[in-house]
Ligand binder design. Structure first.
Ligand code: FES
Length: 158
């Protein structure tokens, strides 16, 4: 087994959720989600840990983790900006927001600032199209964004 292990709290959460399912196989998604909650990303070590727990091969866990875009396969910054790139947000100004992030933080999609503070990801529709354009910042939604509003949000994080 690799170096990753659950905290006692997450181990308990894992066991509690596992009781709801007839088969341990169903714990792939919640297990990886708990990993990401704990570490911020899903490392190869953590995949081995989950594989071991579920009686799977590491490659099966890897295939699962890489299928879902919600799993971060690289370490991410303290602030994770998830910029919606789907139609409503695109039309309403997501490209300008992306350009602003590039101009001010120097990062594009999939990149993290050198100080490890911000990571930008482009994501599909977040179900907040009525508030387009939007970002999720560490899972918290910010809707009806303008470049000025985004500037304030980023400045508050600095
Ligand atoms: S298109 Fe962006 S939230 Fe739906």
């Amino acid at each position: 087994m690799g170096k990753f292990t659950f905290t006692q709290e997450n181990e308990e959460k894992f066991q509690t959720i596992a009781k709801k399912y007839p088969k341990i196989d169903s714990m792939m998604l919640p297990g990886l989600w708990l990993v990401q909650e704990q570490e911020g990303w899903v490392s190869p070590d953590a995949m081995i840990f989950i594989a071991d727990k579920l009686g799977k091969s590491p490659i099966e866990v890897y295939e699962f983790a890489t299928f879902y875009t919600m799993f971060n396969l690289k370490p991410i910054g303290t602030y994770h900006i998830e910029l919606c790139k789907t139609l409503s947000c695109m039309i309403m100004g997501a490209p300008e927001l992306k350009k602003f992030i590039k101009d001010t933080l120097g990062i594009g999609p999939g990149e993290t600032t050198a100080d490890g503070k911000f990571t930008l990801s482009e994501v599909e529709c977040q179900g907040a199209c009525g508030g387009a354009p939007m970002i999720a910042l560490n899972h918290q939604y910010h809707e009806n964004l303008t470049v000025d509003k985004l500037k304030t949000i980023i400045e508050e994080c600095k």
